[in-house]
Design a protein around this ligand. Structure first.
Ligand SMILES: [Zn+2]
Length: 454
């Protein structure tokens, strides 16, 4: 299997179904209690967790699954040398869609070809590490993001998020993320602390296959506050840059679980719907990557193109009474901002816009080296191709954050190919851009990064 196929992320409803795992049924215990800590000689492998956090180590499988001569078919992760080679600059939060024990069991079976660095248990916030942070877990559905991120699974079901995402879980995950961010110098903002729903596809046609967990019922305001990054006004009310700050409990929304074809109960959410005009009757915003036929956006929980999440930022494009338009995938998208509520908070920060003389700038889902930068005798060079989104002159988007340029080549389990397990660094600098719900990357040479205060 080629490395770019190893981009699947864990445990969507689809994955769980394909694996024949019935949701949330009791399974044979394959957790820490049964397996016990891995022993390397006489030494117990210590999980990479902050002191005082309830945390253990249960190794994910690292084994071949096919013909022994086929070194390219294996699971469930790749060995690497992070952060010495690939730096770690992103955290990706997921939910499991199956229970904690089943998740551990799945990551211990190499046939599943999926893993995450950590799994957090709903009931008590206990953390189990399964892949070392130096290694690359197969979790984000985007090889570039996989190789530069740490993935954390929350036990839960996205459509039932509120009942799974407990106080103990929010606290444990936040402690873990703060710890990892301090070690790896990861910015604690929403272009580096991503939900799986914020991970871009690697190419123009990939959006429909990208995952949407941890879903609209993960309380991002609360989580970012636990990271020490609460949303507070830091610019005049007229600021062009805003942070969405809809109160989770008061922001009651009616979404649908379109995989199951059922209406979800009206409930508090992080997600704020976006419309094409400043009217409740206007169609929901249509992400062209998700709806290439131009059909309107939907109220499906999975249709993130028609929603912005609390703690995500956006640039104001227009205002109307009770409504605010933001730049979103190259167009205006409107969200309801009634007077006297605080759906958005004026914010100081950085935005990116096309550099002087450029009318349109491509956005990428990866930050790989240019083809010419690979060694001449390397037969598998990979460069980024633009997503279907561009930044047009006159528009700007939150961004400008660090995005390392590099491609990690790791096709086999035993490094038996030429250049196997090499990290190719690129010279072209990339920065992050919040082009829409999913983050993206632009060449620094294509844009100006501007500080916005008012
Ligand atoms: Zn996920």
């Amino acid at each position: 299997m080629k490395p770019d196929q190893r981009t699947r992320a864990v445990l969507t409803l689809i994955a769980a179904g394909a694996l024949g795992v019935s949701l949330l049924t009791p399974s044979a215990r394959a957790g820490a209690e049964t397996v016990g800590p891995e022993r390397a000689g006489a030494r117990t492998v210590r999980p990479e967790c902050p002191r005082g956090l309830s945390c253990d180590w249960v190794p994910a499988a690292y084994r071949q699954t096919g013909d022994p001569a086929d070194k390219e078919t294996y699971g469930n992760y790749d060995t690497a040398d992070r952060p010495r080679a690939n730096t770690v600059k992103f955290i990706v939060l997921h939910d499991t869609e199956v229970d904690y024990d089943t998740t551990l069991k799945m990551f211990q079976d190499p046939a599943n070809e999926t893993s995450a660095h950590y799994v957090v248990r709903s009931a008590d916030g206990h953390v189990t590490q399964m892949v070392k942070n130096k290694d690359v877990a197969w979790q984000a559905g985007n090889w570039y993001v996989n190789t530069h991120s740490i993935g954390i699974e929350q036990e839960g079901v996205a459509a039932e998020g509120a009942k799974w995402y407990t106080d103990a879980m929010y606290r444990s995950t936040a402690r873990l993320v703060r710890h990892l961010a301090a070690i790896h110098d990861i910015p604690l903002d929403r272009q580096h602390v991503l939900g799986h729903d914020g991970v871009p596809p690697t190419g123009a046609t990939g959006t429909q296959n990208m995952h949407w967990d941890p879903g609209p019922y993960w309380d991002w305001n609360r989580f970012m506050a636990l990271l020490g990054r609460p949303t507070v006004p830091s610019a005049p009310p007229s600021s062009r840059l805003v942070t969405v700050s809809a109160d989770f409990a008061k922001n009651e929304q009616a979404f649908r679980d379109c995989e199951k074809g059922v209406d979800l109960p009206v409930q508090g959410s992080s997600a704020v719907p976006l419309r094409t005009e400043p009217s409740e009757d206007a169609p929901l915003f249509s992400d062209p990557g998700l709806h290439p036929d131009g059909a309107p956006g939907t109220d499906c929980a999975a249709d993130w193109g028609s929603k912005i999440s609390a703690t995500q930022q956006a640039v104001v494009a227009d205002r109307a009474p009770g409504w605010t338009a933001i730049w979103w995938y190259g167009q205006k998208a409107w969200l309801r901002t009634p007077a006297g509520t605080r759906v958005t908070t004026p914010t100081a920060g950085h935005v990116v816009r096309p550099g002087a003389g450029k009318s349109e700038v491509p956005v990428y889902g990866v930050a790989y080296p240019e083809m010419a930068e690979y060694p001449g005798d390397f037969t598998k060079p990979t460069a980024g191709t633009p997503l279907g989104y561009t930044i047009k002159a006159g528009q700007s988007y939150p961004g400008g954050g660090v995005a390392p340029t590099g491609y990690f080549y790791a096709p086999t389990i035993d490094s038996s190919q030429p250049y196997d397990h090499t990290y190719f660094r690129g010279a072209e600098k990339y920065v992050t851009v919040q082009i829409g719900h999913r983050t993206g990357f632009v060449k620094a040479s294509d844009v100006d990064v501007v500080r916005v205060r008012s």
